[in-house]
Design a protein around this ligand. Structure first.
Ligand SMILES: NC(=O)c1ccc[n+]([C@@H]2O[C@H](COP(=O)([O-])OP(=O)(O)OC[C@H]3O[C@@H](n4cnc5c(N)ncnc54)[C@H](OP(=O)(O)O)[C@@H]3O)[C@@H](O)[C@H]2O)c1
Length: 261
């Protein structure tokens, strides 16, 4: 069977690292391009590469550096000529590590840095990887029997439930909420532009649940249902594997609930 190619950006730790581990395990015919800012400093990625030398590529990619995005797109094109799955995973709560609780805590720097990583990064990734996604094999997701269109690949933006405008009853976390709400708009726009033609790309926003990672650590005490990364990513991969073209543009929770924007 032809090689299946997945790229996970923000793969150094947490949910991104788990995506790499789970994809390699669930899809023995697949290779992974794991990108992060400092691959040499990620013990998890180094171990994964040592165990799977021919199936794991480690690449330097800061989502705020356009040249690095372009370099990895060039590498992917030259080595594999296509991409079947792109997971835009890197994200941050805020530069301070905690969401703002009131207007007093807002700073232009915190707002813009959060936007740059959580919103501009995934969109720039989409820009540079769209041509390779258009050459994907349709391995992830399924084609319903009654559908004339066969999708070619899947693009996932890792969003968060708190990015839902409809579901915002508590306020706070301005930077994170706004960046993820805008990311959801990014997924919707991508689903329209990359949905054109005979080979559409399925584009979705996914919420992983509240997961035991560094990002959520300051809030673990108050979480009634904290997921392990293994459990969350298994749920998310069940979704990725069962997506159809009719799901494109949706915001889905880990249990496949369609969530309002
Ligand atoms: N954990 C949760 O409960 C939860 C809930 C909802 C949504 N999410 C979303 O899920 C995604 C993964 O979160 P996580 O919990 O796994 O967080 P995490 O453990 O804090 O990991 C964040 C990842 O993003 C990377 N990153 C940050 N800025 C980057 C940049 N400029 N360029 C490239 N990589 C960058 C980090 O790399 P470094 O190691 O280089 O810093 C790290 O790999 C995020 O988008 C987050 O918003 C998480």
């Amino acid at each position: 069977m032809a090689q299946v190619v997945s790229l996970i950006q923000g793969a150094s730790r947490g949910i991104g690292l788990q995506f790499c581990q789970t994809i390699l395990k669930r899809h023995p015919n697949s290779v992974v391009i794991a990108t992060c800012r400092q691959p040499d400093n990620s013990l998890g990625l180094q171990e994964l590469k040592a165990k799977n030398p021919d199936r794991v590529n480690l690449c330097v990619l800061d989502v705020n550096e356009d040249t690095q995005i372009e370099n990895v797109a060039k590498f992917t094109k030259e080595k594999y000529g296509k991409l079947d799955l792109l997971i835009n995973n890197a994200g941050m709560l805020h530069t301070s590590g905690r969401g703002e609780t009131s207007l007093r805590e807002i700073s232009r720097k915190g707002l813009m840095e959060t936007f740059e990583t959580n919103t501009a990064g995934p969109l720039l990734m989409a820009k540079h990887f769209a041509p390779l996604l258009k050459l994907g094999s349709g391995y992830f997701g399924i084609k319903p029997a009654d559908s004339k269109k066969q999708h070619c690949s899947v693009l996932v933006n890792m969003s968060a439930k708190v990015g839902s405008i409809t579901d915002n009853h508590l306020g706070g976390w301005y930077s994170y909420r706004m960046s993820k709400a805008a990311l959801n708009m990014c997924s919707k726009n991508l689903s329209i532009e990359l949905g054109r033609g005979s080979k559409p790309v399925i584009c979705v926003s996914l919420h992983p649940g509240t997961v035991d990672t560094d990002l959520s650590r300051p809030y673990h005490k108050n979480v009634p249902k904290l997921f392990t990364t293994e459990y969350s990513v298994d749920c998310l991969m069940d979704i990725v594997e069962s997506l159809t073209i009719s799901d494109t543009g949706k915001f889905l929770l880990y249990d496949r609930t369609v969530y309002p924007f």
